[in-house]
Design a protein around this ligand. Structure first.
Ligand SMILES: Nc1nc2c(c(=O)[nH]1)N[C@H]1C(S)=C(S)[C@@H](COP(=O)(O)O)O[C@H]1N2
Ligand SMILES: [Mo]
Length: 437
């Protein structure tokens, strides 16, 4: 496996010195009149770079980096995974290119991997136990077979997204895995409701938060330290879609996705969904385990300027994730053959604990929008699939932009909502399409 270079070079360049960026990419002409750099020779150069003329170039905001340039992928192989892009190999972190997420239910081979530490060697279901303790009337320790026997088994498609998905677009850059768009998945998980287990254990009235422990180890090798140990408020633990899963897509969980037992707390930062789960401790305070604070999986309580210093006490824990969508077909860079002017476009949208109520698409850099046909979720907390037929008036370079709206009327922004740790980038997904003569 190879270490992937962060992809933010071009974005960083634009942010720091847009004139020079235009000069480097589109040539000297682009610099004489920056606002008009897409006219004349500048436009011709840009068309050369993206490989086609740009019919809607007048709508392109100045300094906009064509989506066609922002893409570069590197593939790697890991057993049972197919076509993922590696971001880091110690610990293993790999995301899925958007066009490989086209399935309504994400195949295990295409489910991203986000490890904070070193996965356990032994992930056999046999002998694995889960302990429930802390503020409960009955401390419990159960095998996976006992969980299956005692509680109703459910199978749900659940959306899981890393809190840092989209971080690569942050400027100034945020440290951490430089995820682009593919740290999200919607596999089917079979398991028992955490709620049912907690009811059996008898949660005491002063319980406020769960604390999760897994069998992976800290990168340092220090046995006293957890790789990650997060939790959630009791109300989220009691959500019927929050489950303790022992199967992924009807088969044993992939070792990198938390075999043989994991939490799935859909719609919340992926870090809530403890993999290789061994213990859930019920606490009378917000959990203070590894990566619970003061800035981990937290964002400022108020909007901040890019690069602004924010004191630790002004950060709050991320709960439900914001509305977002992905264009999964066609693959960015798609070329419409000669005499073809329409294209079937598909993707998914999700909105944390909310529903997605609309997905709109633009082919003219956001000047006009048309609604996509949006399906209801397969079950609560599944992502929603959408499709649309788009028309392209002439030959040239186009971008398809997708913008989802949630049930509270919130829409995806065009730009990154900057925060120091690079979380929650739900800016619109853009892909490039070329229409031939
Ligand atoms: N035990 C354990 N659980 C974990 C993690 C981890 O490193 N160790 N990573 C978390 C993070 S940050 C995310 S985004 C999700 C990713 O789940 P996946 O690797 O199955 O896609 O798992 C979460 N659960
Ligand atoms: Mo994550």
């Amino acid at each position: 496996m190879t270490q992937r270079k962060p992809e933010r070079g071009i974005c960083e360049l634009y942010e720091q010195d847009p004139e020079r960026a235009d000069w480097l990419i589109f040539g000297r002409e682009a610099c004489s009149d920056r606002r008009g750099f897409l006219r004349g020779a500048g436009l011709a150069t840009m068309a050369g770079v993206v490989g086609a003329t740009i019919p809607f170039h007048r709508n392109m905001p100045s300094g906009l980096i064509p989506a066609a340039l922002a893409e570069e992928t590197q593939e790697f192989t890991i057993e049972g995974k197919d076509g993922l892009t590696v971001l880091n190999d110690r610990p293993v972190n790999a995301e899925t290119p958007a066009h490989l997420l086209n399935d309504d239910v994400t195949p295990t081979a295409r489910h991203f991997i986000r490890n904070n530490g070193i996965p356990p060697q032994n992930t056999a279901a046999e002998g694995w136990t889960l302990k429930i303790d802390g503020l409960v009337n009955n401390t419990m320790e159960m095998t996976i077979d006992e969980l299956k026997d005692r509680f109703e088994v459910v199978r749900l498609a659940l959306q899981l997204e890393c809190g840092g998905n989209g971080r690569a677009a942050f400027n100034p850059p945020a440290s951490g895995n430089q995820w682009t768009v593919g740290a999200v998945a919607n596999s089917e998980w079979t398991g028992v409701r955490l709620r049912d287990v907690l009811m059996a254990a008898g949660v005491q009235p002063d319980a406020v938060y769960t604390a999760h422990y897994g069998a992976d180890s800290h990168l340092s090798g220090d046995p006293e330290k957890d790789a990650v140990s997060r939790g959630m408020p009791i109300w989220k633990a009691m959500d019927p879609d929050t489950i303790i899963a022992f199967e992924q897509n009807g088969a044993p969980i992939h070792p990198m996705n938390g075999a043989p037992l994991r939490l799935v707390a859909p719609g919340w930062p992926g870090s809530t969904s403890q993999k290789w789960l061994t213990r859930i401790w019920i606490r009378d305070q917000v959990h203070d385990g590894q990566k619970m604070g003061p800035r981990s999986y937290r964002v400022p309580r108020y909007p901040v300027a890019p690069g602004e210093e924010v004191p630790d006490e002004d950060f709050q824990i991320i709960e439900s994730m914001p509305v977002k969508s992905l264009i999964t077909s066609p693959k960015s860079g798609h070329v419409l053959p000669v005499d073809h002017r329409t294209l079937e476009v598909r993707g998914h949208a999700w909105a944390g604990d909310e529903l997605v109520t609309a997905v709109d698409l633009s082919t003219d850099f956001g000047a006009t929008w048309q609604p996509a046909e949006l399906m209801p979720p397969m079950n609560g907390h599944s992502w929603q699939t959408w499709r649309a037929q788009l028309n392209f008036p002439t030959r040239g370079y186009y971008e398809i932009w997708a913008r989802a709206t949630d049930s509270k009327g919130r829409m995806q922004p065009f730009t990154v909502n900057w925060n120091p740790k690079g979380y929650l980038n739900n800016s619109m997904h853009r892909i490039a399409v070329r229409v031939e003569v």
